[in-house]
Design a protein around this ligand. Sequence first.
Ligand code: ATP
Ligand code: MG
Length: 454
Amino acid sequence: MSDWINIPKNVHILLNSLHAAGYEAYIVGGCVRDCLMGYKPKDWDITTSAKPDQVKAIFRKTYDTGIAHGTVSVRLGEDVYEVTTYRVDGKYSDFRRPDEVSFTTSLREDLKRRDFTINAMAYDPKIGLIDYFQGKQDLSEGRVRCVGDARERFQEDALRMLRALRFAAKLDFSIEAKTYEAMEEKAPLLANISQERICDELTKLLLSDNPWRMRDVVETGLMAYCIPEFVPCASMPQRHPYHIFTVAEHTYASMQAVEADRILRWTMFLHDIGKPPTHSEDENGCDHFYGHVKQSVAMADTILRRLRFDNASREKILTLIAYHDCELPDTELSMRKLLNKIGIPLFPDLWKVQVADMRAQNPTLLEERLEKAEATMELYQRVRNQNPCVCLEDLAVNGWDLIAMGYPPGKAVGLVLRQLLEVVIECPELNQRGILLETAEKLKKKPEIQIYLG
Ligand code: ATP
Ligand code: MG
């Protein structure tokens, strides 16, 4: 691993400007870690001995984004950089943030307050790498280790425990033994962390190349304080011809089998969470989970609301879970019926969910099931290209048309529109204004409609 880091031009300008004004300045944290590993950093953070006012005096365009913590954002061209004054954190009394921060002139003190050795390195092109805590060695040996005493560091800020697991998943690293033990001990402190921040970290872990490392969250005991509903999945066997894993192991494998997309990974994570509460065993020792889909939807709804997911994402995930187990359609009609329920755009995601689910089950049955799935994707593309009407908005008539022909506004209109939609889903060629108005006229004779006509 070379110590040389290729720094973009704007970052050079930033560092040089701070140096020219007589201050120390380094790139620090995630960008140093990522560069040493040969990855492209997301952003370039700078740590400096200059106080926020002094930083603001040097650069033309600055914003007080985190001034209370010593962070000034500096705009150079299109890019914005966070420049933070060397700082030490005061006492932590709430297990998540320091009561106060104070500035220091010591880079070492600033690096010491950082979470992990791999995140506590600084670099200046003229001076080279500053690595007081053997971060580079941990990086090359693939280890996440706290800076200093792990128990104290997790006591200060409990979110660091999830951050450790997230970095381990993202970088495919192990967790150093003392850091791991401290996590097992301090897991209950996670109760002090907001649901949004927990959700953020879990999402980052899920979106890594190793989502199966959700297993670490269970095994360290942290899961009981993030998504306790998942814990029973880890000890839930599935003795059944389709399965070879526990519910949790099947879940990890299914996340691994789906692309790194927030909706898809969360769907796979939660799709079988309703299995433990619906478990039963038959006389042959076979496990059953009757009603688990409905149960999973209900539990996922509770969990996603608790984690403060936005409504649109939550609804997508719930729909995908609700249909994850449905028979894939094999005729144009059954495809249109399914598209009516889930919406045309969601089908490709549902397909990916079903394929990932299959790949995480008994491999002896996989090939045949995948062939069937391939055929369904072709069927979907054919049906979609026909631009079928599968929802009320696409009907060739609307509520006003029905009111104009004598239907009273309200329930009757909704009922007739739904019946017309059913007709059109059966026979797409009937989605024509003239034909549907005629059909609506005939529907007036039906007893269930007549009650509304008076
Ligand atoms: P990412 O690629 O996810 O941005 P990162 O290492 O840059 O990774 P950030 O959350 O952006 O992570 O934080 C930047 C730096 O600030 C970290 O590298 C670490 O040095 C420090 N840091 C962030 N959060 C904490 C924390 N909770 N406790 C201690 N230090 C932290
Ligand atoms: Mg960062």
